[in-house]
Write a protein that binds this ligand. Structure first.
Ligand SMILES: Nc1nc2c(ncn2[C@@H]2O[C@H](COP(=O)(O)OP(=O)(O)OP(=O)(O)O)[C@@H](O)[C@H]2O)c(=O)[nH]1
Ligand SMILES: [Mg+2]
Length: 428
């Protein structure tokens, strides 16, 4: 699971990245602070309780484990995650974030940093655009105080640049591809497009939807070799919308009234996207205090309690500042940056969680680790698909699988449901 943070320069992409991944990166109030992409991991809480909750209940019933003791520091969790943590049955799974250089209008013609870095986004499952809704920066990211670019314009130009980038990829050899249709028929066009765009993750379905969109929107477009920029932008736009679903952080919301992002919010929701207002800077301040051990933070509600260490180290002024930040953040709906990430992964991308195990009775791997993996898979993933997601050898050698909750044997084509615990039997 890989998500790209995009937008014009100086909007708070790196601040968002730093808050979500808890890693320090360069942040500054001028354009192009980031040139080389930052790549890191955000830990996303699963929406449902970890499967170790069900295992504990089963074990307690069988008298194989004693009930939770009062000061259990894992609050009941009994799994052994290979990556991430689980506390009070709240399991965290990794999502890779990529924070790239800012994009300016005309980037596809080489303006700003150009758009070469867009290839860093090629393997992303979705994009989050960070928009400066406060108007404190112009469309190129220069600080202007107020009266900067409108949120809607900021979003529209990004879509245009992404589409122009995709057009650029197909245009270089377009006439050759289009002419193949003359000799080989319609199918040759989709094969050509697939060849050109597979590098950015496009599949046959995306390409066919793009071609369909051209015939729908440009009924008089004629033969492909006569298509102009309009037809190609329609083609690219459709492919881009399927390949990179975009959601929005309405950032710097701390500096402006809510109506400033109304128009963009309406537009995004109508196109099936999500917009969440936030202040990445404020979230980062809370995360830093939490990482330093001064507060215990719920990143989705932005509520916190002061730890013993915090009581000793934080001044009254610092404490008040954190309280005031928390109050500002919690007035917006959507759960802030983590809430947005969660909606992107579970609502927009419809990812399901599956727990592959080796032993279907005890829900452990070969070393006795309980529920070591929690993997996010696309809707419709089969048992064999899950095997491939774990390891290609497991996929290649797939014989059958067992649904560990029911003990039933399932076949290669069985669809994985959210929360399934699956043991895979494969030839080695
Ligand atoms: N008021 C306010 N300022 C913010 C917020 N988020 C980020 N900033 C400030 O905005 C400026 C730019 O932040 P960055 O995170 O470096 O922005 P960026 O989009 O990564 O910028 P480039 O890498 O140059 O494209 C910094 O001065 C941040 O402190 C916010 O939520 N509210
Ligand atoms: Mg940056």
């Amino acid at each position: 699971m890989r998500i790209g943070l995009v937008g014009k320069p100086n909007v708070g992409k790196s601040t968002t990245f730093s808050a979500l991944t808890e890693t320090p990166v360069d942040i500054a109030n001028y354009p192009f602070t980031t040139i080389e992409p930052n790549v890191g991991v955000a830990w996303l809480p699963l929406r449902e309780k970890c499967a170790c909750n069900e295992l504990r209940v089963r074990k307690e019933k069988q008298g194989r484990i004693s009930p939770i003791i009062e000061n259990d520091n894992r609050h009941g969790s009994i799994c052994n995650p290979k990556s991430g943590t689980c506390n009070g049955y709240q399991r965290l799974v990794p999502v890779t974030l990529v924070d790239v250089a800012g994009l300016v209008p005309g980037a596809h013609q080489g303006r700003g940093r150009g758009n070469q870095f867009l290839s860093d986004l090629a393997r992303c499952d979705a994009l989050i655009q960070v928009v400066d809704v406060s108007g404190s920066t112009d469309i190129e990211g220069n600080p202007v105080g107020d009266g900067g670019s409108k949120p809607m314009d900021e979003h529209q130009f990004l879509l245009d640049e992404l589409d122009a980038w995709i057009v650029g990829i197909i245009q270089s050899s377009w006439s050759r591809g289009a002419r193949r249709v003359q000799s080989e028929g319609e199918k040759a066009l989709s094969t050509f497009l697939l060849d050109q765009l597979s590098g950015i993750g496009a599949n046959e379905q995306h390409v066919n939807a793009g071609l369909h969109s051209v015939s729908e929107n440009h009924p008089d477009s004629g033969v492909p070799w006569s298509w102009g920029n309009d037809e190609l932008m329609t083609l690219a736009g459709k492919i881009r919308s399927l390949l990179f679903p975009i959601s929005i952080v309405a950032n710097k919301a701390d500096c402006i009234e809510e109506s400033s992002w109304d128009e963009l919010s309406k537009f995004i929701i109508e196109s099936g996207g999500i917009l969440v207002p936030s202040s990445a800077e404020a979230e980062l301040a809370l995360r830093r205090a939490s990482k330093a051990g001064f507060i215990q933070l719920n990143p989705t509600t932005s509520k916190f309690s002061i730890t013993e260490l915090g009581k000793k180290k934080l001044s009254k002024k610092q404490h008040n500042a954190l309280e005031s930040i928390s109050k500002t953040l919690s007035k917006w709906d959507g759960g802030g940056l983590v809430g947005l990430l969660s909606s992107v992964v579970f609502d927009r991308l419809k990812r399901k969680v599956a727990y592959p195990v080796q032993d279907e009775t005890h829900w452990v791997d070969g070393d006795g680790n309980i529920l070591p993996d929690a993997i996010l898979v696309p809707e419709g993933t089969t048992a064999k698909g899950l095997a491939y997601a774990v390891h290609s050898d497991l996929g290649n050698g797939f014989i059958r699988a067992t649904d560990a909750k029911s003990g039933r044997v399932i076949g290669a084509e069985h669809e994985i449901l959210n929360g399934d615990i699956i043991s895979i039997h494969a030839k080695t």
